[in-house]
Design a protein around this ligand. Sequence first.
Ligand code: GLP
Length: 241
Amino acid sequence: MFNLMIVKNYDEASDMAFKVMKDYLKPGKVLGLATGSTPLGLYSRMVKDHEENKTSYAEIKTFNLDEYVGLPVTHPESYYAFMYRNLFSALDINEENVHIPSGMAEDLEKECQEYENLISKAHVDIQLLGIGSDGHIGFNEPGTPFDSITHVTDLAESTIKDNCRFFENDITKVPTQAVTQGIGTIMKAKNILLIATGENKAQAVKDMLQGEVSEECPASILQKHDNVTIILDEAAASLLK
Ligand code: GLP
């Protein structure tokens, strides 16, 4: 069941997302977090709220969706570095409560299994999602089984192209694999908040909301989740009937 909100632009989408998120910024809550440009507006609002209203993250746990394989945490485009730069460094969050899979683990299979176990025990209260232009969530590309758990995946050609802009527009610098929560992992979250803005997300948004539930559009599985809030701007909603 979708709670669908369509707002004017990216700023309004970020304001709306913060309103939803605010309810979960409480001691004991477990947040599922995402990277990409989409959540940046929400993250800056969380930082502002922490500074102005002293909202504390000391007893909040977080689990990120994914990480590139082969990028050390010191690489500026690793999702670890992204999260600290854009959110965690400005909060009073406890480092031991932050969970981001490692794409540098010697045994990646073991890393995936351990990450999955930790999430299963934690019970994510709200999972934040963006969406790829091909309908991916996390790094679950089209064709990923709906019952997948945390795993290593190859990135789709279109995703590598989309993410090129973060790697000096040099396609050879974009990692080709990632560790990602599976679709089954994401679906276990109690609530899901997906934000999509911009015209290049319009087709994926249409497929997600009005297409068949199919592994060809990973985000379409959200039609089967009981508590999903989707926030779109007008451009991302432009192909909806
Ligand atoms: C990446 C991330 C996704 C994200 C997507 C969209 O591939 N793994 O979690 O939703 O990109 O990114 P953006 O928000 O920059 O459009």
